[in-house]
Design a binder for this molecule. Structure first.
Ligand code: AMP
Length: 218
């Protein structure tokens, strides 16, 4: 099964993607996580991407598309994957179509997470992530057992540098300008399924599974 997960920054894409990865043995490809790992390691890609990420802007397609292409050719993608944070623009979606055509593959479904901006803002400021494995926590409703330490891998759990009020506002603007048109792009292909994450991630995940089931994917 090959999926894309779409939704505003802080909408809970990562949390839903982690559940789908576990249950259906998918590779979870988060472009944001790959950029953050590169920034931490100080690679040339990380150094170039950091300036854009700190401002809440998109990293140029020239860097992002080839990074995804490399990642899709790794062995763990053979059984299926979930793309999280990519594509973010129509140009990236077209580049992805070309990549998949060349591999004789196609996206089976696009999972769209629905959520109000006000709910996002309230959640994002409490969000904490593990620097090592990317696991997501929230100081208000999903804290780590030991403060600052990941329950899963023991890594350091920190606030993302771009989870501050100004950058979140900018990321939401970027999302509505660039990513929203993707919804029409995939709607025309008839492959969107929705999950409502305004109340609870369990409800959202149930709706996603119902959608996958209705398409005969699970
Ligand atoms: P995320 O973790 O998905 O919220 O991504 C964090 C940041 O990484 C974004 O605000 C962008 O600056 C950058 N980024 C992640 N994915 C992409 C992408 N597909 N295209 C361009 N920039 C991206």
């Amino acid at each position: 099964m090959r999926l894309i997960i779409l939704g505003a920054p802080g909408s809970g894409k990562g949390t839903s993607a982690a559940v789908l990865r576990e249950e259906y043995s998918l590779a979870h490809i988060s472009t944001g996580d790959i950029f953050r790992a590169n920034i931490k390691e100080g690679t040339p890609l990380g150094l170039e991407a950091k300036g854009y990420i700190d401002k809440g802007a998109l990293v140029p397609d020239s860097l992002t598309v080839s990074m995804v292409e490399d990642r899709l050719s790794q062995d763990d993608c053979e059984k299926g994957y979930i793309l999280d944070g990519f594509p973010r623009t129509i140009a990236q979606a077209q580049a992805l179509d070309e990549m998949l055509d060349a591999r004789g593959e196609q996206i089976d479904a696009v999972v769209l997470i629905k959520i109000e901006d006000e709910v996002i803002k309230a959640r994002v400021f409490g969000r904490r992530v593990c620097e090592k494995c990317g696991a997501s926590y929230n100081v208000d409703y999903k804290p780590t057992k030991v403060e600052g330490i990941c329950d899963t891998c023991g890594g350091n759990v920190v606030q993302r540098a771009d989870d501050n009020p100004e950058t979140v506002q900018e990321r939401l603007k970027t999302y509505y300008n660039n990513t929203q048109p993707l919804i029409d792009f995939y709607d025309k292909k008839g492959i969107i399924i929705e999950g409502d994450n305004n109340i609870d991630s369990k409800i959202c995940i149930k709706e996603i599974k119902d959608g996958l089931n209705a398409k005969g994917l699970i």
